[in-house]
Design a protein around this ligand. Structure first.
Ligand code: SF4
Length: 338
């Protein structure tokens, strides 16, 4: 049975483990600082008694991922491929802008949701990641870059691994660890309706983004199998409830696909959904994929769509695709392409 990753433990759990084994509770805070502020990867470097060092070594592993590949895009985006201790692929992307360095982390190896436009979906699910494996992706990027934002939008559906995602967000927000404000942490879901309510109940320190992708059930059914379980009516109800109870905005992610989601009719559907809500829309043009039925619209089609939506005072931002040349853009993460 492999050892648990020490980074998966909450500060409270670590404190209890230490007390149960005859050590002072304050050691938990010290160890947290060494793990998440100083980002140590061995116990030896920690200034703790040798006996405690041995106890930790015998009970917890400190490192879970090994780097297999690092690729840098012409636009500065960097993608890493890691392998877990049980040899499963995990990908992480860092997207730099003038003011930010955002890390897009994976929450699962592969994904079970099967979205038609996504390479990860075609892999199927290997398994969900531990909180420690999610945090280690961020620690690794922090060694090379000053990370400002974390987006849970890499491989996997974060809300199908909510326990680990919650633990990771709490640690990222913790003053003794990463000290990142809630506004800098975004959890994105394809629409796992019951888990949106759970995220709210747990008071997870994060913002919510929802991959709307399409604004009518027929198109969404064809692109995202999850829509057949929780359709748009149910999803929008969950979003409304989240916004009402949290008082926060929700970001809707929309993908512009030729003849499907980038038409006049699609613009009308999107306006109908967004206009009455406190949502902003981030749109991206479909990235290259292996599905011949899904094509990117022309620049003119994109501009016409944006004009129609903006004419109704709906806030829609178009995000520039990043890291396409290294298959690091949205929907492109998959072991098969590296
Ligand atoms: S888009 Fe997200 S939820 Fe859908 S298959 Fe890809 S990784 Fe999974």
């Amino acid at each position: 049975m492999p050892l648990q990753d020490i980074k998966s433990l909450s500060r409270e759990e670590l404190r209890k483990f230490l007390c149960d084994n005859g050590h002072k509770p304050y050691r938990a805070e010290q160890i947290y600082v060494w793990l998440f502020k100083l980002m140590m990867q061995t116990y030896e470097g920690m200034n703790v008694p040798a006996e405690l060092c041995r106890l930790l070594e015998q009970n917890f592993r400190i490192k879970s991922l090994r780097e297999e590949l690092k690729m840098e895009s012409l636009d500065g985006t960097v993608k890493w491929l890691y392998k877990t201790a049980d040899d499963l692929p995990v990908e992480t992307v860092m997207i730099p802008t003038e003011t930010r360095a955002s890390v897009c982390v994976s929450t699962q190896s592969g994904c079970a949701m099967g979205c038609a436009f996504c390479r990860t979906g075609r892999m199927g699910l290997n398994r969900s990641l531990e909180a420690g494996e999610i945090l280690e992706q961020i620690i690794n990027v922090c060694r090379d870059f000053k990370v400002t934002n974390v987006i849970f939008m890499g491989m996997g559906e974060p809300l199908m691994n909510l326990e680990a995602v919650h633990r990771a967000c709490v640690c990222l927000h913790d003053q003794k660890a990463f000290s990142m404000g809630k506004g800098r942490l975004t959890v994105s879901t394809s629409g796992v309706v019951p888990k949106i309510a759970e995220l709210l109940e747990r008071n997870t320190p994060c913002q919510l983004a929802v991959s709307l992708v399409a604004a009518d059930n027929e198109t969404r059914d064809a692109l995202m199998p999850i829509n057949k379980t929780w359709n748009l009516t149910e999803l929008l109800k969950a979003i409304d409830n989240y916004m009402e109870k949290s008082g926060e905005w929700v970001t809707l992610e929309y993908i512009l696909i030729k003849d499907k989601t980038c038409t006049n009719k699609a613009a009308e559907n999107l306006i109908r959904i967004v206009k009455p809500r406190r949502c902003k829309v981030n749109a991206i043009v479909l990235n290259s994929n292996e599905n011949p039925e899904l094509q990117a619209p022309s620049e003119q089609e994109v501009n016409e769509f944006l004009e129609l939506v903006r004419a109704k005072q709906v806030q829609i931002n178009i995000r520039n695709p990043r890291g396409r040349d290294i298959f690091a853009a949205c929907g492109q993460l998959a072991r098969a392409v590296v």
